[in-house]
Write a protein that binds this ligand. Sequence first.
Ligand SMILES: C/C=C/C(=O)SCCNC(=O)CCNC(=O)[C@H](O)C(C)(C)COP(=O)(O)OP(=O)(O)OC[C@H]1O[C@@H](n2cnc3c(N)ncnc32)[C@H](O)[C@@H]1OP(=O)(O)O
Length: 647
Amino acid sequence: MVESDIENVTVLGAGSMGHGIAELAAIAGYDVVVRDIEEELVADGLEEVEWSLGKLEEKGKLDDSADAVRARMTGETDLAAAVADADLVVEAIPENLDLKRDTFAEVDDHAPDHAILASNTSGLSITAIGAATDRPEQVVGTHFFNPPVKMDLVEVVHGEQTSEATLTAAHEFVADLGKRAIDVKRDVHGFIVNNVMLPFIEEGAWMLADGDATVRQADAAMVYQRGYPMGPFELADYTGIDIAYHFREDTDLDSPPTIAEKVEADDLGKKTGRGFYDWEGDGPDYEPGDGEGFDTLRVEARMVNEAARLVGNDVATPDDVDLGSRLGARFPEGVCRLGDQLGLDAVLDKLRTLHEQTGAERFAPADYLVELVEDGKTGVDAGEGFHDYRGDGPYQYVNKSLDDRGVLEIEFDRPERLNAFSETMFGEVEQALDNADPDDVSCVVFSGAGEDAFSSGADITGFMTSEPTELMDVDETIQAIDEFERPTLARIDGFCLGAGFEIALACDLRLATEDSSLGAPEINLGLIPGGGGTQRLTRIVGEGRAKELVFRGEQISAERAADWGLLNRAVPAEEFDDVVAEFVADLANGPKTALKVAKRVIDDGQDASLDTGLDVESQGFGLLTTTDDMVEGVTAFRDDREPEFER
Ligand SMILES: C/C=C/C(=O)SCCNC(=O)CCNC(=O)[C@H](O)C(C)(C)COP(=O)(O)OP(=O)(O)OC[C@H]1O[C@@H](n2cnc3c(N)ncnc32)[C@H](O)[C@@H]1OP(=O)(O)O
C-alpha cells in the first residue's frame, strides 16, 4: 500500500545529483537522510548543501533560514539505518544497472513496506530496477537535471509495474519541490529529453565527419540563426563528449566518428580542458557570421523525427516533449512546436531526401510523422500538427484561465528564462486577449510563473536574428493590453524589466512584492525601450524620473517604485496574495460598465486638454446614470447592504 503522505525522505548518494535533491527536499520541509558509502563523501555532500543554502539565503530565496533547512538533514553511511524510517527513498548512485538493482534489493529489505523507491537514473530501465524488489509497483523514476536546485524539470518515469498511486505520490513530491514534472509513460532508453537532445549534438558531429560543416559554423548557425543557448559542439563539450558517446552504446545507432575519436583521445570537453574547443584557451570562439551556409533543417528535422517517435510510441505527449525540450534541454521552443512551425511536410521531405542520399538509418522517418503528414496535419499553417491550432491556443508560454467571477488570469510561463518574451510568447499574449470576450471578463490579472520574475523583458537571444519589424511588433501586444476594455492588473513578484516592465506600465494597476525590482535596462544593450516604455513611463512618473530610469538603465526597488507612483502598492511577500485578492475582488464585484467607462475616460483624458477631458468625463457620467447598476448601487446604499451589480 502506498501512503502518499511523505515526511521522511532518504537520498542515496551524496554526489552532485544526490545532495542537490536532498537539499531541495529539505527546503521543501521534509526530514532528509543523505546516505553515501563513506563518511567523507557524506560530509562533502553536506558541505556543498551548506554553501548552496547560504547562497539561496543571501538571495532571499529561502522561506526558512539556511540553518533551519540544514537542521532537517542528517548524514548516514549504513544503508539499513538510512532507509529504516523513509517514506520515500530517492536513489542517485552511479549509472550502473547491476549496482542499482543490488541497491534496490537491499533497500527493499530494510525500508518500511509503504515506502516508495525512486531512481534518479537518466536512462536505465525502471522496470528492470523495480524487478529487483518485491514492490515493483512502488518503484518509479524521478530523473532530475543537473544542477537540481537550478533546473526546473523532473522526468517521472513509469516502469511497467509502477502503480497509479506511486505516480501520483511522485508527482506530488516533485510539485512540492517546486519542479515541473513530465511523464515518461514507457521507460525507453534516454527517456524524453536525452532523445530529443542527442540528435542536436550528433547531427552536427555527423556533418563535421562528412565534411558538410565546421564546428564554428554549426555552433554559430544554431545559436545566432535558430536561437539555441549553445551550439551542438559547445553543448557536447559542456556536458561531456563521453555522455553522448555512451548514450549510443545501448542503441542500434552508431556514434559519429568525430565523437568516437574525441572519446578515444580522452578529449571529453570542458572537464578535460579540451574537446571540440580548447577550454584552457579561448573556449567557444565562434562569431555570428560563422554560421553562414549551415543546414539547420538537417539538425532540426532529426530532432522533430525523434519527437514523433516518442509521441507515436506513446512514450510522451507533445506537451510533455515540449516542456522537456524547454526546461530540460533549454531549447528555445518545444520540439513538437518547432516541427509544427517548420512544417511537418518540410521535415519529412528533408528526412526522406537524406535517407535516400545516405541510406543512414537515423534519417528513416518515424511512422507517426508520416501519418501526420498523410492526414494533412502538417503544422501551424494547416491548423493541426502535433498540436491543434484551430481553437483558443494551444499556448506554450501562457497559462490562461477564466473563473466564474470573470477574472481572466494570464500567466507568462517561461520561468527557465525568467519569463523573457520571445516573439511566439508576445503573439500568445495577444492571442489570449483577442480570444477573450470582454463581455465574459470582469478584469485581467497578468503574472509571471516561477518564483523569480514577472518578466525579465524581451528575449535578448532573439535580437541578433530578428528583423527590425519583428522587434517593433512588441508594441502591438502591449497596445492590446493597454486597450483591453476591462481593468488590467500586473501582479509583480520578482524581476520586472524591459518589455515586462512595459507590459506592467500598460496595465491599469500594478502591485508588487517588496523584493521585486523594476527597470528599463535596454540602454545597457544599446537600445531604448521599444514597447511604449519611454512614453507611458513619462506619463506615470514625469520626465525627470523617466529619463533617470531610461538613461541609467538601473533597476529600482519596489519601495522606490511605489514612492514614485509606479506601483499602487509594494507589500511584503507574505501579504501579497491577500492584497492582490482584495484588489481583484473589488474589480470582479464592481459595476462592469462603470469600470469600463472609468478606464476609458481616464485613459482618453490623459492626452487631451482639461476641457476635453472634463467633457469626456461628463458624457460618461451621464451615460452611467441610465444603467441598472446605478439603480442597484443607489438602492443598496439606501438599504444599507452591499450592491450586487450585473455580471
Ligand atoms: C522592447 C523590449 C526590449 C527588452 O525588453 S530588452 C531586454 C531587457 N531586459 C534585460 O536586459 C534583462 C536581462 N536579464 C538580466 O539582466 C538578468 O537575467 C537578471 C538581472 C534579470 C537576473 O539575473 P540572475 O538572477 O543572475 O539570472 P540569470 O542567470 O541571468 O537568468 C536565468 C536565465 O534566464 C535567462 N534570461 C534572463 N533574462 C533574459 C532575457 N531578457 N532574454 C533571454 N534570456 C534571459 C538567462 O540567460 C538565464 O538563462 P541560462 O540559465 O540558460 O543561462
